[in-house]
Design a protein around this ligand. Structure first.
Ligand SMILES: Nc1ncnc2c1ncn2[C@@H]1O[C@H](COP(=O)(O)OP(=O)(O)OP(=O)(O)O)[C@@H](O)[C@H]1O
Length: 372
């Protein structure tokens, strides 16, 4: 209607399909990851011929398409006869038993008995199935860093990689995915695992700004109605996304900018919508990182918030009072939070006392505490 101008009425929307901005949306096209897909396909190809695939180690910062690549290839592989491809999210299943329960469930299509069965029995039912059916099992341990944090990585890998020794003919390949770039996965494994784990390395670098534009334009076309979001707002979204390198920020930013435009009754998404939405979207990255923390790590962040800028020894006393944990564990936790860029741990010289560390939050205390 001419007199309504560019204003949106209640039942109109800038969105064509808001679902493309959801976290679990699997994109139909997957640009700028050809080399990585080739690398993974090279490792997995033997499975299609009924042979054991090569193992692979996938690394790269958060939001660079690692999980999506695995989901795409596993979808194709699992549809083939004689191959079972299962992705396990180690953030959810962070022990050897939990990982094998998940494999059991994927293979038999029902959960293992709730009364609990021994690991040995779980393992044997899986390997018996593989040898009886002549199936190749490909396992992706996604976010495998969580198995390391729980001290379960070596045991889990050992069982998977050596399945053929106890069950002749069992063919299992493993893909590890980690976004913790400070974790040296191979070096942190037991020697006995290292000796059998020589993975193909596949690296997912952060996308640059022009790649981000390409990828997000596709979402814009699918997610918004025609001509809702033009090139300039999209460039700004890409520029802001490139600051963290995490594509999730861009996807979330598009959606929030769309909602912001709707809220002011506009038919188009403008720069101002992107700018306002960024205040919230930029914390997606942070929220996700905080969501992944263990209880002691959260507690330590709370303690540091109360003692912002104080010396490591003072913070330790407060932390120990809260948790009873010892100094070695405390130091490990400080290092982890430092690596995650949640805490700044800088050395300062204190006269007469040598060097000591001072701990402070790397973000506003409110922003962190509200998301813990
Ligand atoms: N090349 C791409 N094309 C389209 N969408 C992509 C592409 N790469 C990543 N995405 C999207 O970005 C989001 C994050 O991707 P994904 O979960 O695969 O990253 P990741 O590297 O596994 O992250 P993390 O290490 O944090 O788990 C998803 O919504 C995914 O659909």
């Amino acid at each position: 209607m001419a007199d309504d101008g560019d204003m949106l009425s209640w039942d109109e929307s800038v969105f064509r399909d808001e679902g493309v901005f959801e976290v679990d949306y699997l994109p139909e096209t997957f640009h700028h990851r050809d080399d990585q897909l080739d690398g993974l396909q090279y490792a997995l190809r033997p499975a299609v011929r009924g042979s054991r695939p090569l193992n692979a180690m996938v690394r790269g910062p958060p939001g660079t398409g690692k999980t999506t690549a695995v989901q795409k290839l596993f979808g194709e592989l699992d549809a083939r006869r004689g191959v079972r491809a299962v992705r396990v999210n180690c953030q959810v299943d962070s022990t050897r038993y939990a990982v094998f329960s998940r494999l059991f469930e994927a293979i038999f299509e029902y959960e293992p008995p709730a009364s609990g069965i021994s690991f040995k029995s779980l393992f044997e039912q899986i390997t018996d199935h593989l040898t009886d059916e002549g199936e190749v099992l490909v396992v992706c341990l996604d976010d495998v860093n969580y198995l390391f944090y729980e001290g379960e990585a070596s045991e889990t890998l050992y069982s998977l990689l050596r399945a053929h020794e106890t069950h002749a003919g069992a063919k299992v390949g493993v893909i590890l995915v980690s976004s913790d770039l400070d974790l040296d996965v191979i070096a942190d494994l037991d020697n006995r695992v290292q000796s059998v784990f020589r993975p193909e390395e596949v690296y997912f670098p952060a996308y640059d700004e022009s790649e981000i534009v390409d990828i997000l334009r596709e979402r814009v076309d699918r997610g918004f109605r025609n001509d809702v979001l033009g090139p300039r707002p999209l460039d700004l979204v890409a520029e802001l996304t490139a600051e963290t390198g995490d594509l999730r920020v861009g996807i979330d930013l598009l959606r929030r900018a769309g909602l912001h435009a709707e809220a002011r009754g506009s038919r188009t998404v403008e720069i101002e919508d992107v700018e306002s939405a960024y205040e919230k979207a930029k914390h997606v990255h942070l929220s996700r990182r905080l969501g992944e923390l263990t209880d002691p790590e959260r507690e330590l962040l709370r303690v540091i918030a109360d003692h912002d800028g104080e010396r490591a020894g003072t913070v330790y006393e407060a932390f120990h009072d809260e948790t009873d944990l010892g100094y070695t564990r405390y130091s490990e936790l400080v290092n982890k939070l430092d690596q995650l860029d949640l805490v700044d741990a800088s050395y300062t010289s204190v006269e007469g006392r040598g060097r000591s560390r001072e701990l402070s939050l790397a973000h506003d205390a409110d922003v962190i505490l509200n998301r813990l």
